[in-house]
Design a protein around this ligand. Structure first.
Ligand SMILES: C[S@@+](CC[C@H](N)C(=O)[O-])C[C@H]1O[C@@H](n2cnc3c(N)ncnc32)[C@H](O)[C@@H]1O
Length: 284
């Protein structure tokens, strides 16, 4: 497949407009790999033909499929176990104290891919029955990729996917074998997560009330200005004492003033407003 600089520019423009992600010319090989099977399935002989159809706007679903194919959906259960545990043990304990009266927590997995991140949280909470007795934990998970969200909702994973990061005990407890080499997550856990196709370039799902936002391994390829705008949007969607978790190796430092490193938990971020908000009890 010939991938010209002009073709890359068109694809890069489409991807950035829809998702904020940048596509560098040096990633020519990635475009070839990503679009090969889509072109075969839809009977395109050349990339120029495909781009011609996109530019003409004859088939709007085609550009959705191209954007989906270009996105990196890499994820797995309990990714980066250590920071994940810090969240589940440290940050959740602090929030359980702070919300002891209402016994309600809201979590947003932004850029959730095929669902493993959100389901890892849901399974952990289900397994810690005593700790979460009487609590309502609302988990919302969003991604710009329709394909990823469709798989996430289905909760159907290949043998390879369930073997990545998921302890066997949990696999046996929460999944059932289905068809050849496929595993379906039980309805009880699937029902705990609300999935939605949504871009981080748009308004957040429920502004001003998430106690925890995970936005891990999503903003790496964003243009600096788009990344900073996303951090601003996330800061509007998080509770003043909430926590933001990014991927290992990602940071807000030098990228945004909307969040600062948490003073309690390394690698987790607090909204800057936490420093300036006077708690209700001391406001009088
Ligand atoms: C590498 S995956 C990370 C998944 C998961 N958070 C993790 O760490 O395992 C990045 C995800 O971000 C999604 N994504 C990229 N740009 C996005 C945007 N503008 N809005 C929402 N999701 C986006 C991609 O579709 C992809 O599923």
């Amino acid at each position: 497949m010939e991938v010209t600089d002009a073709a890359i520019r068109i694809l890069a423009g489409l991807l950035e407009a829809r998702t904020g992600q940048q596509l560098a010319i040096s990633r020519r090989w990635r475009i070839e790999t990503a679009l090969k099977s889509l072109m075969r399935e839809r009977g395109f002989d050349s990339l120029d033909q495909l781009l011609g159809d996109i530019v003409s706007g004859r088939e709007p679903a085609l550009s959705d499929a191209v954007v989906d194919a270009l996105l990196n959906n890499e994820t797995y259960f309990y990714r980066d176990r250590q920071p994940f545990e810090l969240l589940m043990i440290g940050a959740f304990t602090a929030l359980q104290k702070a919300r002891a009266r209402e016994k309600r927590l809201s979590i947003w997995c932004a850029g959730c891919s095929t669902g493993q991140e959100a389901y890892s949280i849901a399974m952990t909470i289900a397994d810690e029955k005593e700790r979460w007795d009487g609590w309502t934990v609302d988990i919302v998970a969003t991604d710009v990729s329709r394909g990823a969200i469709a798989q996430a909702r289905n909760g159907l994973y290949s043998q390879f996917e369930v073997q990545r990061g998921l302890p066997v005990v949990q696999m046996i407890r929460h999944f059932a074998a289905e068809g050849e080499g496929q595993w379906r997550l039980n309805e009880a856990i699937r029902g705990k997560v609300r999935f939605k196709t949504q871009s981080l370039m748009d308004a957040p799902p429920a502004p001003g009330r998430f106690d925890v936002i995970l936005c891990r391994n999503v903003l790496l390829y964003f243009h600096a200005a788009a990344r900073s705008a996303v951090f601003d949007r996330l800061s509007q969607a998080i509770a003043h004492d909430g926590y933001l978790m990014l991927g290992a190796g990602e940071t807000v430092i030098g990228q945004s003033d909307a969040f600062v490193s948490s003073t309690e938990f390394r690698g987790i971020y607090s909204p800057t407003s936490r420093r300036t908000t006077v708690p209700a009890s001391s406001a009088a």
